[in-house]
Design a protein around this ligand. Sequence first.
Ligand code: NAD
Ligand code: COI
Length: 331
Amino acid sequence: MTKIFCYNTREDEVPYIKEWGEEHPDVEVAYTADPVTPQTVNEAKGANGIVATQQLDYSAEVLQGLADLGIRNLSLRNVGYDNVDLKKAKELNFKITNVPVYSPNAIAEHAAIQAARLLRQSKVMDAKVANGDLRWAPTIGREVRDQTVGVIGTGHIGRVFMKIMEGFGAKVIAYDLFKNPELEKKGYYVSLDELYRQSDVISLHVPATKENIHMINDDSIKKMKKGVVIVNCARGALVDTDAVIRGLDDGKVFGFVMDTYEGEAGIFNADWQNKEIPDERLKNLISRSNVLVTPHTAFYTTHAVRNMIFKGFNNCLALAENKEPESPVKY
Ligand code: NAD
Ligand code: COI
């Protein structure tokens, strides 16, 4: 009997796992809340493949541990696979799948909502109201329709984000290494420097690759407009956080939307209510009224989570049955 073992299972995913299991009575499904680490790989013993999603690395040690159990099928139930040691995976002959499209709207909507909230200084106004200060001034907002919005990365998520911002009436411009022919025809694309020069809001929707680590840095911020809003709901590594803090301090950057953070592994999706968050820079950012921090929750909707489970499990089953999965990671 085919067996699928699911790591990092959250309570909100269990009903969807059960639903998938009921539709596949011939597959044994087991799950744990544990992440996959060198210490937990043994839990998957006997499985044909694992389904996982996590910010922790799928390190060489993790992959070796799985391979030692005869497990070489790794199905990620999320988009990004930048935390997989692909060199080791290749050496061990791993088959990897991801879920490249589970709900681009979830992330795009979150980015758009947070950008609009920043422009309206919502965090400042919320704090004033909570303190009984019901005065208007000086908390005046900017309308989205008056902004030029620069979108870096016009893939699945970036394109939905563009539509939403256009719905608000913004002027949208874009940059991508590989131009989408339809968007190109409509004249959205500009060079990266031109995007930095013109944009009031800049939103990142590219993967973290070796080439674009810290693409937002002191130099790129220098090229931006004074009062720019920077939105990162893509990957923490894209942004040199210290450079953004310098930009916030000197007023060049009006605000920062941060759903993904370069130091997030082991910190986001954990409860720090009665403990010190072990990251001074993150605490500094959270305390600022012009920085909107969310703990990598842009994706976190019922629509997205159901799709992640179903597509993740379908891929894993296809690998186990030596069939072509819907979304193999080609590496
Ligand atoms: P996608 O692959 O559909 O699109 C990415 C686009 O970026 C492509 O068009 C590609 O050509 C372009 N690109 C790659 N490198 C580039 C570069 N250096 N400069 C310009 N363009 C470049 O990806 P997607 O599904 O739209 O995901 C976008 C980002 O969102 C990824 O980083 C992904 O990991 C992240 N993401 C975040 C969350 C979240 O919850 N915050 C959830 C899902 C995905
Ligand atoms: C992704 O799908 O790539 C995400 O960023 C969300 C996730 C890690 C649950």
